[in-house]
Design a protein around this ligand. Sequence first.
Ligand code: F6P
Length: 343
Amino acid sequence: MAKTIGILTGGGDCPGLNPVIRAVVRQGINLGYNIIGIKNGWKGLIENDTVKLDLSSISGILPKGGTILGTSRTNPYKKPDDFNKVKDNFKKLGLYCLVAIGGEDTLGVAAKLVKEGLNVVGVPKTIDNDLSATDFTFGFDTAVNIAMECIDRLHTTAESHHRIMVAEVMGRHAGWIAAYSGIAGGADIILIPEIPIDIEEVTELLKKRHSRGKTFSIVVVAEGAKFKQTGEVLQEEKLDAFGHVRLGGIGERLAQEIEKRTGYETRVTVLGHIQRGGSPTAFDRVLGTRFGIKAVELIEKNQFGHMASLQGNKIVSVPLEAAVEKLKTLDMELYETAKVFFG
Ligand code: F6P
């Protein structure tokens, strides 16, 4: 009898999820598996909310952003009852193995389920690119390209009005999107969660730039960046199921401080979920496809508890624990490169 593979997408959505789903379904069917989609992340496994996936269900999804399976930030370990339902439904659905596509939270749950004796393999996903044990996650390249295009657009309006433009990009704990989009877009200052913001230093840099005749500047700030003195800026204190606060607002606070301290007219643009929406880039489509094929290979080789990972240009397998034990913060060598162009 054919074995059944389940597949779910958890956490924030991300361009490239559908290419992974498509690859798992295509390769899984090639190798004789049945494929079931679990809807809305771990929530679907708690509620037994599933959909059969066949070749017609994945037709045309490669260029589509988001996830055809839906997603949620559900943590089945919050309530013991939910966790028992996950185990029961895993059995009821007759799953041979589950492919969990997600970031540190979703893969953290996957790693725990493996310890409970369930067959689970992982695929790393996050636009933030802050997962360890893989050089890149899909979704990051798309987010960077969107942010870069926005920075390009901010340049022309900044120059025309002789203003400072602050662009707030995503990046809860790591400055990967800020650094890549800022370098690619020619930002004059890039502020990241890894290094507390010294507002004096920021204003000095801007004044220095203006003293050499420049009448506009672009400042890129990651949403998770904090002022040296006052810390993180939150939209609300409420925590999600994995204990994360809702960030956002650092751009506005920074713009106010810059204008107050320099007298230069300053505006802020918060890019927000624009960075997560829409069609994946070619890089993310190819990476997602390669990860999906690798996930099926891991199942074929009984490498449960592992995930697909990009190392150099090779797709390899790494233990799930290696991905979730600590966050991958920005490479400081890259930040040094960015700093050459500050001010
Ligand atoms: O983890 C990815 C991410 O986009 C972060 O950059 C951001 O802080 C968070 O998700 C936003 O989450 P939500 O979609 O729940 O507002």
